[in-house]
Design a protein around this ligand. Structure first.
Ligand SMILES: *Cc1c(COP(=O)(O)O)cnc(C)c1O
Length: 489
């Protein structure tokens, strides 16, 4: 049976379901499947299925010890929960293809994984006769928080606490969290920035793994393999839709362009390729925080730079955790451990030229500024009446730049669209050359008038919903807050 191991030590292995429960390996590494060969399959068989069928096959490959429960998990996670029959529909726009990943309950691509993770965790709890209740602890700069709160809302055997920065997220993002009604949910603002929230959460994991008797902590961030695997499915779903559209025949190569922050989404594409899907290139698109683009150009990863606040905030990140998984498969555990130590101690590391070459056989990097993204939103709306969000726009702009430089082949390009334009209404309106109001409700209505694209239903009523969570605390009080939640005070 397939086992999981840490990216940093060979001897830290465990079953798939325990990897989901633990989240992070005890040595600080990430869990990876021990044997890539065991994941290989006849991808043509997968392509015969609908989305749920693909999910069943892929989940079973990665989590064989949960095989019996997977059909039920997939059904509960996706049937009727997305506003599209296809779950992740593929639409043509101006010569490229857009894979819309934002039709879930909170209108961002994180829903694809966070619809499934609570069900996977509940099954893992049963499988391992785990007696503790699970408390999910998450720091968020926006999209993960609302998707995780929604996913875990009223799931038996779990509670969830989300910390978010009191300033620096949009009103829409805040309301999506504070109006969540689940009885097992808490959303708490921190007087500080995202880094303060993140640091506080890591500290609590380190010092208080059991915040109360019978309560164990776990994570809903993309370091959890249970969050990565559900994202593998839509690469297959996109490929199948290109076939259905008559654009490719089975076996033809396809390039995917991925707006990247923590490297989770694009790493799922790497796993799809490792399973056998004909992926030509994975394009890693960064905003003006170009750490990954620089890494793919030079082999040097250097986080010692200023974090720019862009209008694609979910990609404002300097340490892309999931890159560690790729390093492991390319460089092995000893080198990975060394690189991660260097990153911690000196803020930078550099891979060898052979390692870089092997990474570049599959990955291409590029970056686009806010202005270039805004131009893409404007131009594609003008030419093709397709409206995209600011994160998707970064990917679009990077794809155009690489094409101009003759770097991409003739293979069809699929741009992963990670959020509804209505989640980032102010920036999208501004890109279209419209006036932006101080009132977000007005902005949403305006965007609807201008674009003729209907506001997604989960966001439509958001300004009228009752606010359930009003807590605001200082970072040093986070630990006590979690303890109180765990004790049910
Ligand atoms: C999280 C997020 C991303 C980045 O995805 P990673 O898996 O962290 O690389 C891109 N766009 C949006 C809208 C997101 O919420």
């Amino acid at each position: 049976m397939l086992q999981y191991r840490s990216t940093r030590h060979a001897n830290e292995s465990c079953s798939p379901s325990m990897a989901i429960l633990n989240g992070l390996a005890p040595d600080g590494g990430l869990y990876v499947p021990e044997d890539l060969e065991a994941l290989r399959l006849d991808y043509r068989e997968v392509l015969k299925e609908d989305y749920l069928g693909m999910a069943r096959i892929i989940f079973t490959k990665f989590f064989p010890d949960l095989a019996e429960e997977i059909p039920v998990i997939v059904e509960a996670s996706y049937r009727g929960r997305f506003r599209s029959e296809a779950v992740t529909p593929l639409v043509p726009a101006d010569g490229k293809w857009i894979l819309e990943l934002f039709h879930g309950p909170t209108c961002a691509f994180k829903d694809v994984a966070l619809s499934a993770l609570p069900n996977l965790m509940a099954a893992a709890v049963r499988k391992n006769h785990f007696e503790d209740e699970i408390l999910i602890l998450t720091a968020t700069s926006g999209d993960t928080g609302s998707a995780a709160l929604h996913g875990f809302s009223d799931v038996p055997g779990t509670r969830i606490v989300v910390f978010y920065p009191d300033e620096g997220i949009s009103l829409t993002q805040r309301l999506q969290m504070t109006t969540e009604r689940g009885r097992n949910t808490a959303a708490c603002a921190i007087r500080g920035d995202f880094d303060d929230a993140q640091r506080g959460v890591k500290e609590i994991f380190r010092t208080m793994p059991h915040p109360a008797k019978g309560i164990a902590l776990s994570s809903a961030n993309s370091i959890n393999i249970g969050r990565l695997v559900p994202q593998v499915v839509y690469y297959f779903a996109a490929y199948r839709q290109l076939m259905d559209a008559g654009r490719i025949a089975v076996g033809d190569p396809v390039t995917f362009v991925v707006p990247t922050g923590n490297f989770g989404d694009i790493m799922a594409g790497w796993f799809a390729r490792a399973m056998g899907l004909p992926v030509e290139k994975l394009v890693c698109a960064s905003n003006s925080n170009e750490v990954l683009a620089d890494f793919l150009a030079t082999g040097r990863y250097d986080r010692k730079r200023i974090l720019h606040k862009t209008n694609s905030p979910s990609m404002d990140i300097l340490v892309s955790s999931n890159l560690e998984r790729l390093l492991y498969f390319v460089c092995g555990e000893e080198q990975t451990r060394r690189y991660m130590e260097e990153l911690g101690e000196k803020g930078a590391y550099e891979v060898s030229s052979a390692e870089l070459e092997s990474i570049r056989a599959c990955f291409v990097g590029g970056a686009a500024s806010d202005e270039e993204g805004a131009k893409a939103i404007h131009d594609i709306f003008s030419s093709d009446h397709y409206l995209m969000d600011t994160h998707t726009a970064v990917a679009w702009a990077v794809s155009e730049k690489l094409e101009e430089r003759g770097i991409l082949s003739e293979a069809p390009q699929v741009i992963l669209s990670t959020a509804s334009p209505y989640k980032f209404t102010r920036s999208v309106l501004a890109a279209l050359g419209e006036e932006v109001s101080e009132e977000d409700r007005r902005n949403m209505e305006r965007l609807e008038e201008v674009s003729g694209v209907a506001m997604p239903e989960p966001l439509a009523g958001i300004f009228d919903r009752e606010v359930m969570h009003r807590d605001v605390i200082d970072p040093p009080a986070m630990k006590e807050y979690v303890k109180a939640q765990a004790e049910g005070r």
